[in-house]
Design a protein around this ligand. Structure first.
Ligand code: NI
Length: 139
C-alpha cells in the first residue's frame, strides 16, 4: 500500500513571555528582546499536524481528518486557545514558553492518541508569525 502524509491545520491564539527564570532580567532582555516583556504578548498561532500512513484501498484515505481534528482540539487547542502559555497550560509547566518547546510538548500530547488510531505522527509544525515557524519530527 502506498504511504501518504496528510496534514490538518488548527488555529489558536495565546499569550506568552520568553524568559528563563535562572537568568537575570538583563540577561533575559539580551536573549529574548521584547519577547521577554514582563506583561506578556500574544500571537495568532497556526498548528499543522502531519500524519503518515498507508492509504486504505477501501476509503482512499490515510485516515479521516475529522477524527484527527477532534483529537487535536480536545488534547491541545482547548488547553491553549485564549490562554497564557506560561501560566495556564499543564503540558508547558516549568518549560520556557518558546515555540520549539511548544511543538515538542504538543508532539508528546498527540503521539500516543494518534498511534491508537493506527497511523503515525510525522510532524508538528507551529507557525508563530508570517515569517517564523518551527517543525518537530520527534527526534
Ligand atoms: Ni512571542
Amino acid at each position: 500500500m502506498p504511504i501518504a502524509y496528510i496534514t490538518r491545520r488548527e488555529r489558536f491564539n495565546a499569550a506568552h513571555r520568553l524568559y528563563n527564570k535562572e537568568l537575570t532580567d538583563e540577561e533575559n532582555l539580551t536573549i529574548y528582546g521584547k519577547c521577554s516583556h514582563p506583561n506578556w504578548h500574544g500571537h495568532n498561532f497556526d498548528l499543522f499536524v502531519t500524519i503518515k500512513g498507508e492509504i486504505d484501498s477501501k476509503t482512499g484515505f490515510v485516515t479521516n481528518l475529522n477524527n484527527i481534528s477532534k483529537l487535536i482540539k480536545e488534547l491541545v487547542i482547548e488547553k491553549l486557545d485564549h490562554r497564557n502559555i506560561n501560566l495556564d497550560v499543564d503540558f508547558m509547566r516549568g518549560k520556557i514558553a518558546s515555540t520549539e518547546n511548544l511543538a515538542i510538548a504538543i508532539w508528546g500530547e498527540l503521539k500516543n492518541p494518534i498511534e491508537t488510531i493506527g497511523v503515525g505522527l510525522h510532524c508538528v509544525k507551529i507557525q508563530e508569525t508570517e515569517n517564523n515557524w518551527v517543525e518537530y519530527f520527534g527526534d
